[in-house]
Ligand binder design. Structure first.
Ligand SMILES: Cc1cc2nc3c(=O)[nH]c(=O)nc-3n(C[C@H](O)[C@H](O)[C@H](O)COP(=O)(O)OP(=O)(O)OC[C@H]3O[C@@H](n4cnc5c(N)ncnc54)[C@H](O)[C@@H]3O)c2cc1C
Length: 235
């Protein structure tokens, strides 16, 4: 199915504060979602807001994550509960000539939908395997298969993205015109999450080599670039 190139911009998801940094464009939203795998999921149970940090993965126009407190609620509510899933990538520290104009460079997404519990064992298994595959394309094939108990113990939640917004800041600080004459250092310190040297498990069976499918996680690789490439390869 061909989806529209943009999500609808309702009062809920239209970026009002600095709208030039906002976007409802589906390709940009997917790009940001695929560059990370950690999110915060906000939902309300009995009037109490919860924001749960967790891992997620995207498949098509749906997002999935492992069980959270919401699953208790979902057990009795087949229709699901409204959730807002947010993803943030920090790209730089932005220093201006006044404290007021300090900022950060970032890419972020807020996605809205109704969380539902994935009950069907086949769909659940496909979903958890898709998570591994999205992070480490080719890894499932060499793993000890998930068993029934493990699958039963895993709660998988998913939501079709109803609406979503992206917000992106790039570039130098933006100061008040007169402040550019001040002898104050200003600029951007880029921030990146870098992959370190792998530490083989000390109980590794003798002679077990690091598999080729982990090549993308070479020492010094930039994590969001690896994740973006792996999302394409694994998705
Ligand atoms: C790492 C990081 C640091 C930030 N630091 C600050 C800060 O110090 N001060 C500050 O005021 N703001 C900061 N922001 C921006 C912040 O996320 C909000 O955009 C801003 O506070 C305006 O919030 P609002 O609810 O008034 O926006 P509104 O524009 O009223 O929000 C309307 C809708 O726009 C969308 N939207 C708003 N913000 C975002 C976003 N970041 N990503 C995706 N969609 C969005 C949502 O769908 C939201 O419901 C930061 C963002 C990031 C990612």
């Amino acid at each position: 199915m061909n989806l529209p190139s943009s999500y609808p911009a309702s009062p809920r998801s239209r970026v009002r504060r600095l709208p030039k940094r906002g976007s409802q464009e589906r390709a940009l939203i997917y790009e940001i979602l695929d560059a990370h795998f950690l999110c915060h999921i906000g939902y309300v149970i009995d009037g109490q807001p919860y924001v749960t940090p967790t891992g997620y993965w995207r498949h098509g126009d749906s997002l999935y994550w492992h069980g959270s407190a919401a699953s208790r609620m979902l057990r009795s509510q087949a229709a699901g509960i409204p959730v807002c899933l947010t993803v943030t990538l920090l790209d730089g520290l932005v220093m201006a000539r006044s404290g007021f104009h300090h900022s950060v460079n970032y890419r972020s997404v807020m996605a809205y939908g109704q969380a539902r519990k994935i009950e069907q064992p086949d769909e659940k298994q496909a979903a958890v395997e898709a998570y591994i595959e999205r992070l480490y394309p080719g890894r499932n094939a060499g793993l000890r298969p998930i068993n029934r108990q493990e699958l039963k113990a895993t709660t998988v939640l998913g939501m079709a993205i109803e609406e979503a917004s992206a917000k992106v800041r790039t570039g130098p600080p933006v100061d008040d015109d007169p402040d550019y004459d001040l002898p104050i250092w200003a600029g951007v310190i880029p921030v990146r999450q870098i992959v370190g040297a792998a530490v083989p498990d000390r109980r590794l069976k003798n002679g077990t080599a690091r598999p080729a499918h982990l090549a993308s996680y070479g020492e010094g690789a930039v994590l969001d670039e690896v994740l973006s490439r792996n999302a394409k390869a694994g998705g």
